[in-house]
Design a protein around this ligand. Structure first.
Ligand code: CTP
Length: 398
C-alpha cells in the first residue's frame, strides 16, 4: 500500500507549483490529501486540487457537509507526513506559536509524524528576524525545513525566499520516509568501484566497475540510519547522504590499508569493489617508451581484502562479499563464501542481460553461510541495494 502524505497549502503565489508537487506524489505511488488555507484558494482552485489529488479538499473546520469524524485528528492519524508548501511567514508564525485558527494550523498541532516546511516569501520577509526566529524554533522542534532557494521572485526582485522546486521537495520527503531506522547506530563499511594498478605514471590496469552498486548500498544503509564509510576506487558516483563518509583510493593496496584501519569498528562490512587480483610488480617511475617488440608486464597478487577481513572478523560482525562469475556461477559463489569466511555472498551473473557492469539495473542471488538462497528479480541497483540490506538485517545481531 502506498504511503500517505498530507499537503498543506498556505496563501502564497508559489501555491501554483504545489499542483505539480501533488502530481509528483501521486506518480510516486502516494495517497495524497490536501488541506489549504482560505488565502491559498485565492491562488489555486479546489477543483484543480481535488482533480489532481483525487481526494476531497479539507479547508473548513466548520463545513456543514463534513463527516462526523473530527477531521483534523483523523487526517493527522492518517498521514505518514505533513508537507506544507508553500509555507508563508504567517503560517510559520502560527505553527511556531501554537495558534490554531484554521484547518491547516489545527492539523499541524495534531500531527505526530514528520513535518516538512517549504517556506516561500519575499526575501526581505524571509530575512526578517521574526521569521528567522520562527523557522529556527520549528527546526529545533523537529520540523524539516526545506530552505528556500535564491532566485527570481514573484514580486519582481531576486533573492532568497523562492520555494524549493516541487521535484526537490518530493525527493527530500520521499527519501526521509524511506528511512526506517533499522540500522540506527550501526557502522557499515562498503568498498566500491574498480582499482587502478599503475604500470607507469600514465597507464594502469583497471576494470569496468562504475561503483554504482556500492554507492547505492551506501545511500540505502545511510537512509536506514547507519554511519557509513565507503572506500571507493576511481568512480564518478557521488555520495549524497550526510551520514556517508567517503574515502577515495586508487590501488588495491590503498583500499586494503584504508579498510584495515577501521574494520574493527564496523558492524557490517560489504565488499562490492571489483578489486584487481594482480598488480604490476615493478611500476615504472617514468612513462614507458614503446619499443619494436611486444612487452610483458610482470604481475603479482594483491591482498584479498574480503578474505583478510574474513580471517579477523568477530561473531557480531556481518561480512558480505560479492562474486562476479561467468561460468559455474553458483558453485563458484558458494566456494568464495566458504573460502573467504563471509556470512553472505551476492552473486552477480554477467550472463543476465541488464545485470553487472555499467548498467543501472542488476539481478543477484544471495547465498548465506547457513545454506539459504535469496534470488532477486532484475531491478534498479537502488532496489537491489535495499534487498541486500533487508537480507543482511535478517542476519545481523541486534
Ligand atoms: N575481493 C577483495 N580483494 C581482492 C579481490 C576480491 O576484497 N583482492 C572481494 C571483492 O570485493 C568481492 C569478492 O572478493 O567481494 C569476490 O571477488 P572476485 O574477484 O569475484 O573473486 P576472486 O576471489 O578474486 O576469485 P576469481 O577472480 O578467481 O573469481
Amino acid at each position: 500500500m502506498g504511503k500517505h502524505v498530507v499537503i498543506g497549502i498556505s496563501g502564497g503565489i508559489a501555491a501554483y507549483k504545489t499542483m505539480q508537487l501533488i502530481r509528483l506524489f501521486k506518480k510516486g505511488g502516494y495517497e495524497v490529501r490536501v488541506t489549504a488555507t482560505r488565502n491559498a484558494l485565492q491562488f489555486v482552485t479546489p477543483l484543480t486540487i481535488e482533480t489532481l489529488s483525487q481526494n476531497k479538499l479539507y479547508t473548513d473546520m466548520f463545513d456543514p457537509n463534513r463527516t462526523m469524524e473530527v477531521e483534523h485528528i483523523a487526517l493527522a492519524d492518517w498521514a505518514d507526513a505533513l508537507v506544507v508548501a508553500p509555507a508563508t511567514a504567517n503560517i510559520l508564525g502560527k505553527f511556531a506559536h501554537g495558534i490554531a485558527d484554521d484547518a491547516l494550523s489545527t492539523l499541524f498541532l495534531a500531527v505526530k509524524k514528520p513535518v516538512f516546511l517549504a517556506p516561500a516569501m519575499n526575501s526581505n520577509m524571509f530575512e526578517n528576524t521574526v521569521v528567522q526566529d520562527n523557522i529556527r524554533l520549528l527546526h529545533e522542534r523537529g520540523c524539516h525545513i526545506l530552505t528556500p532557494n535564491e532566485g527570481f521572485l514573484a514580486c519582481g526582485t531576486t533573492g532568497s525566499g523562492r520555494m524549493q522546486e516541487p521535484e526537490e521537495i518530493f525527493e527530500r520527503v520521499d527519501e526521509e520516509l524511506a528511512n526506517d531506522h533499522t540500522l540506527q547506530d550501526k557502522r557499515v563499511l562498503i568498498t566500491a568501484g574498480p582499482t587502478y594498478e599503475p604500470i607507469d605514471p600514465v597507464r594502469f590496469i583497471g576494470n569496468h566497475s562504475s561503483g554504482l552498486m556500492g554507492f547505492c548500498l551506501a545511500e540505502a544503509a545511510a537512509r536506514k540510519g547507519a554511519q557509513v564509510t565507503i572506500v571507493s576506487g576511481p568512480s564518478s558516483c557521488t555520495a549524497k547522504h550526510p551520514n556517508i563518509h567517503r574515502v577515495d583510493v586508487k590501488t588495491a593496496e590503498e583500499m586494503y590499508q584504508q579498510c584495515m584501519k577501521i574494520v574493527d569498528q564496523q558492524d557490517i562490512v560489504i565488499m562490492s569493489a571489483a578489486v584487481a587480483d594482480y598488480t604490476p610488480a615493478h611500476p615504472a617511475p617514468e612513462k614507458i617508451k614503446k619499443e619494436q617488440a611486444g612487452m610483458a608486464v610482470e604481475l603479482v597478487r594483491t591482498k584479498d581484502i574480503l578474505a583478510s577481513v574474513g580471517k579477523i572478523k568477530r561473531d557480531n560482525q556481518l561480512l558480505i562479499g560479492f562474486a562476479l562469475e561467468t561460468e559455474n556461477e553458483v558453485e563458484n559463489a558458494k566456494k568464495k563464501l566458504h573460502n573467504k569466511n563471509a556470512d553472505l555472498i551476492v552473486l552477480n551473473s554477467l550472463r543476465t542481460a541488464g545485470a553487472g557492469f555499467r548498467t543501472a539495473t542488476n539481478q543477484v542471488t544471495i547465498f548465506s553461510k547457513d545454506g539459504r538462497e535469496f534470488a532477486s528479480e532484475l531491478k534498479s541497483k537502488q532496489e537491489i541495494a535495499e534487498e541486500i540490506l533487508q537480507t543482511a538485517l535478517m542476519y545481523i545481531q541486534k
